[in-house]
Design a protein around this ligand. Structure first.
Ligand code: NIG
Ligand code: FE
Length: 419
């Protein structure tokens, strides 16, 4: 790929932003980090106008704002492609119950789990929900995130699903970050439909999904394919309805058991299949070549004290793209640091630090269907993270505090991280 551009603005010295003397991890495929030691990156109109060695900068190049990185690491802004960060309340008591021996499934079947967060989220008005959720998003931003996916799924009725998605969109207006919303009405069966999953799915497909789509509140549709939630046949029904509305799909699959969800997702050309702890050999085979990204969620694996890790070696051997996300949610992954998720993906799932960074940049962008970001290349969105670090493996090796120095969102530096 070419790193330099023939941007006429370069000759005129009219760039908006120029960062010099950085250790640039472009994450362009071909080498582990697509590295340029001693590199520069220029931005014009929110897009990357130049990225390459300092020595290849056009002579006399200047910009409105120039920044000397002094050897610091420059990466694409991080992308958290799977969160449930808009929710009310917490589930610390369930964490305690689990440590005393109860399983996640037992707690869910006795009315806790997703249903307890549904009760809290229904009770919270939009302003409260926003106030509770905003610090979680601010924490992600302070750790280098410039794009985040936020799911509904703690409403499970029309009004609360719409409320969650509106709050997510509002957060994207209030804070400098791209928010992508996913409709997860088929997260669990709510109490009022107890024992009647098909009737609930009729309601989701017939009423909630069309209303969400008509309001333009969802960029994708997700479901939970588990014995505790929905069967592959039920998920297929939802996916068919999403296809009619031209909405891409994703799936929580194979987290607690092997239901064949990943193969179903691959057949439906899903953007991603997420969790995958119990993914079988056939599941890996089905994902290979499908384009469906495997999203790994080590925060949930850790918090549930799971011991059945996803088949990372098999996914790697099959050439399946792997993304990593926080899964930020109150029940299984109360985590709001994507670099911590990267560390857990390395320590618990044995990703390499380079795979972990690709997993939160290039592959995470694909898991959201975003072709305009995730690598540093001319013409792409100038979403950047500059770190007080001098080696790209530092990002996954740390367990806090974040080494973020500055984020740049669509070309705009953002020094007030937690605003
Ligand atoms: O991604 N189906 C799983 N859903 C969530 C957890 C939901 C919860 O317990 O609140 C997950 O891990
Ligand atoms: Fe999740």
């Amino acid at each position: 790929m070419t790193t330099a551009s023939a941007d006429p603005l370069a000759a005129a010295g009219g760039w908006d932003l120029l960062i010099r003397r950085a250790r640039v991890a472009t994450m362009v495929p071909g080498s582990p980090y697509g590295e340029i030691a001693g590199g520069s990156l220029a931005v014009s109109d929110g897009r990357i106008a130049f990225v390459g060695p300092d020595a290849e900068l056009p002579p006399g190049a200047t910009a409105t704002l120039e920044l000397d990185a002094e050897g610091r690491l420059l990466t694409p802004g991080l992308i958290d492609c799977h969160t449930h960060l808009v929710h009310a309340g917490h589930r610390a008591a369930e964490f305690e119950q689990r440590l005393l021996g109860a399983s996640y499934g037992e707690i869910a079947r006795s009315g806790g789990g997703v249903r307890s967060t549904v009760t809290a989220t229904r009770a919270a008005d939009a302003a409260t929900l926003l106030l509770e959720s905003r610090p979680r998003l601010a924490a992600l931003l302070a750790d280098g995130v410039t794009t985040v996916e936020v799911k509904s799924g703690y409403g499970l009725d029309l009004d609360t699903e719409l409320k969650q998605l509106r709050v997510a969109r509002r957060l994207g207006e209030l804070l400098p970050v791209t928010v992508r919303t996913t409709f997860l009405g088929a997260h669990a069966v709510p109490a009022e439909f107890d024992g009647r999953p098909d009737a609930y799915l009729d309601f989701v497909v017939g009423e909630v999904l069309p209303a969400v789509a008509a309001a333009g509140l969802a960029d994708a549709v997700d479901a939970c394919c588990e014995q505790l939630a929905f069967s592959p046949a039920q998920v297929a029904r939802l996916f068919a309805a999403a296809a009619v509305l031209s909405l891409p799909v994703k799936l929580h699959a194979e987290q607690l058991s092997d239901s064949g969800g990943a193969a179903l997702a691959a057949r439906h050309r899903a953007l991603s299949a997420d969790h995958l702890e119990h993914l079988s050999v056939e599941g890996v085979r089905a994902m290979a070549g499908s384009g469906t990204v495997a999203v790994l969620l080590p925060g949930a694996y850790l918090h549930l004290r799971d011991t059945h890790a996803p088949p990372v070696a098999a996914l790697r051997a099959a050439g399946v793209s792997m993304a990593v996300a926080t899964d930020c949610n109150p029940g299984t992954s109360p985590l709001a640091s994507l670099t911590t998720a990267m560390n857990l993906a390395c320590t618990l799932f044995r990703l390499t630090p380079a795979e972990a960074l690709a997993a939160t940049t290039r592959h995470a962008a694909r898991a959201l269907g975003l072709a305009d970001r995730g690598v540093l290349a001319v013409g792409l969105r100038a979403d950047l993270a500059l770190w007080d670090a001098d080696h790209p493996a530092e990002l996954a090796s740390r367990l806090g505090p974040s080494s973020l120095a500055t984020r740049v969102v669509a070309g705009r530096p953002d020094h007030a991280q937690a605003s």
